[in-house]
Design a protein. Sequence first.
Length: 230
Amino acid sequence: MKKIASNVLIVSTQLIVGGLFLFMLFSDEEVSQNVIVRNNNLNRMADTVSELFVADKLEKKIVDEKKEIELLNEQEAQKKREEEALQKAKEEAERKAKEEEERKAKEEAERKAQEEEAARRARASASQSVADLQDYAHDLVINTYGWSEGDFTALVNLWNRESEWNVNCYNSYSGAYGIPQSLPGNKMASEGDDWETNGQTQIRWGLKYIQGRYGSPSGAWAHFLERNWY
């Protein structure tokens, strides 16, 4: 709108100047002198208007260039934000993949450790037959504790019911472990660090427990028959 007004003003001024020039040609000298002065003034006005128009075009150009720079800056900032978002997503995906890999490796290591421990226990218990373990227990019952054959029979009955003389017997409900079903199993460590796999270690602990609590295997067996535990 401002540009249109400037153009109208320039054209109007030029028309006025032209009209005065024609009038001057047909007028006397005095009038002509006045017309020339006025014409000069109008020319200066026209020049001023032209300068204003040029300034307006220059201002518009500056504004347009500023807008273009702002648009370029915004596009560059948007591009940078998108790149940062992509990099962040990539790093997050890599982190999750690494965590998943570490989790699987840990689970695999735990599984292998459990399998190796189970195999070790199986090998240890396989070398200890029930007959050999009962022979060992019989010697302790008769020769170490001085109990009777009846006490040994009671002991066999008791541990048959508790564990079937299985070194690796584990009660998932109570947590009891081993031939004498120690609760918890690590109590038997007082008789040896190999309490988890050595039936003789378990037997020694079990006989001490029976002596301290029931006096003899017969006493422990009687309590078991009454309460279903000892």
